[in-house]
Design a protein around this ligand. Structure first.
Ligand code: FAD
Length: 500
């Protein structure tokens, strides 16, 4: 059984020729982008559009492209992933290359890239998660929402995540859209999830889940939730599931409404309506039959995760009650001495993603998990730019990441044209980098390779009546021809091995 590809790749000698890239060094401006999520692809798109000769190489740590669009966005939101069509069009242009399976900072250093390119764009997102730093956080069945999301999205490094879903209650710490995504996946009827691209092995686990209650916990009040109205509506209408809200929590909302900014008014109205009013008759009869429920709890901060008697798993969370201090709608939560215990068998921490530094020379802000930059230009590093979550922090959606990527692309082109970015001296671009990769015995993955895997996933998925079956075990080897193998196991679970 193969584990995550990266560990295997390094051990294998490179006997196969490198992919068929044009390797001639050129006098054209050479730009590389680290990361192939929306930030990377939108920056590349803008560069190609605004400059007639720039060459762009995208380096990606994973063997496949698209970052959180493939491995973050919820599987039951396929329309959000349509931006992949635009990225694919960009990747098909002559002046761009995709080199997957190359981790910058590990396989190739940032300094080596700086030498090989006129400009380097950091677009590598926020791959870590924030911790609660409370006792009990290392118990089994306490997990970050980030890993849970990776697991149900088929991210190879999370394919082996072992969670015990043979419990009745789950607590999600956080009330943002990611928290709602994980709650929805835990509570959705399995027949609905079967129509998504959730891997078969994950569907098998979810189909055996006994979870019937998910509680989302927030430090402040309902007026402060970070979720958006679309996600709330989906929860309200979730099949075979009902909201179980505490009316007192919502009573102050109607009086607050005149002070709520316009952008959040409808959300707060809907929260108040759901918390206080009787549902319309159609929903009411569906709620009466529902076997699962979700709840929002407010003004609570986790202080300890409590173990079961044998000390091995989660029995509950000790929560401190908070009071609010400060200006209305901008209050901060202040913990009090009063506590309550919420019983649950699974805890998912959804308190934000966090970027990491890939090189000590970068001006990295540990607190925000971002690379210090002014409007996309990395502070104190000529020729180094940033876009997307690594530049802004893990906030905002694909649309805001697009704006960030386009902006950075435009700034680079302006710097080339004004001469602020010196491109007069030829640079080797990927020629040098491919040598480094080959010397290490690594095998980069091209966009053509991805296209073949994409076709294969769609084909397997079609046979199973779903959009695609994601390959969660990707093995990149040098010792055989490109090869995709599929095996079936008992109970219809598909196990797929993919080799280059
Ligand atoms: P990423 O998408 O994370 O891309 C970064 C890429 O860099 C990754 O592919 C990563 O593998 C690669 N990388 C990392 N380190 C290295 C390295 N050292 N070398 C080479 N490559 C590296 N937005 C919406 O609009 N709608 C949604 O429904 C939605 N749902 C979301 C659900 C979740 C769970 C999350 C976390 C986010 C969601 N978003 C959604 C937000 C959206 O995903 C982000 O705005 C966007 O992906 C940020 O883009 P990025 O390119 O900065 O980062």
């Amino acid at each position: 059984m193969f584990r995550y590809a990266k560990t295997l790749i390094r051990r294998e000698a490179c006997r196969k020729a490198l992919p068929n890239f044009s390797t001639a060094s050129s006098n054209f401006p050479q730009v590389c982008v680290i990361g192939s999520g929306p930030a990377g692809f939108y920056t590349a798109q803008q560069l190609l559009k605004s400059h007639s000769s720039v060459q762009v190489d995208i380096y990606e740590r994973l063997p496949v492209p698209f970052g959180l669009v493939r491995y973050g966005v919820a599987p039951d939101h396929p329309e959000v992933k349509n931006c992949i069509n635009t990225f694919t069009q960009t990747a098909s242009k002559d002046r761009i290359s995709f080199l997957g399976n190359v981790s910058i900072g590990q396989d190739v250093t940032f300094t080596q890239l700086r030498k090989a390119y006129h400009a380097v764009v950091l677009a590598y997102g926020s791959a870590q998660d924030r911790k609660l730093n409370i006792p009990g956080e290392s118990l089994s069945n306490v997990c970050s929402a980030r890993r849970f999301v990776g697991w149900y999205n088929g991210l190879p490094e999370d394919a082996d995540l072992k969670l015990n879903l043979d419990v009745e209650s789950a607590a999600v710490i956080g009330q943002g859209n990611v928290a709602v995504d994980v709650a929805r996946i835990l509570l959705s009827p399995i027949d609905i999830l079967r129509k998504t691209d959730i891997p078969e092995s994950v569907l098998d686990s979810l189909s055996k889940s006994r979870i019937k209650r998910v509680v989302l916990i927030g430090r402040r009040g309902p007026e402060h939730v970070a979720l958006t109205i679309k996600e709330l509506r989906e929860m309200i209408k979730l099949k075979q599931c009902r909201p179980n809200l505490i009316p007192q929590d919502y009573q102050h909302l109607k009086a607050l409404l005149p002070t709520v900014p316009r952008s959040r008014k409808r959300l707060i109205e809907l929260l108040a309506k759901t918390g206080l009013d009787d549902p319309d008759p159609k929903l009411a009869s569906a709620y009466a039959r529902a076997k699962r429920e979700w709840q929002l709890r407010f003004l609570l901060s986790p202080v300890e995760i409590l173990p079961t008697e044998d000390g091995q798993a989660v029995a509950g969370i000790k929560l401190a009650k908070n009071r609010l201090e400060g200006e209305v709608l901008n209050e901060r939560a202040v913990q009090t001495e009063e506590c309550e215990v919420l019983e649950c068998g699974l805890v998912l921490r959804s308190i934000g993603y966090k970027g990491i530094s890939i090189d000590p020379s970068l001006p990295f802000d540990e607190k925000t998990g971002t690379v210090a930059n002014e409007n996309g230009k990395v502070v104190g590093q000529k020729g180094v730019y940033a876009s997307g979550w690594i530049s802004t922090g893990p906030v905002g959606v694909i649309l805001s990441t697009m704006t960030s990527g386009f902006n950075t692309g435009k700034i680079i082109v302006a710097d080339i044209e004004s001469g602020e970015l010196d491109t007069s001296e030829p640079k080797s671009g990927k020629v040098e980098v491919l040598k480094i990769i080959a010397e290490k015995g690594l095998q980069p993955v091209t966009f053509d390779d991805w296209t073949r895997l994409d076709d294969f996933e769609i084909k397997v998925g079609t046979d199973l009546g779903k959009p695609r079956e994601k390959i969660t075990e990707i093995r990149v080897t040098n010792d055989s021809h490109h090869n995709i193998e599929r095996r079936s196991r008992p109970k219809g679970i598909v196990y797929v091995k993919f080799m280059w």
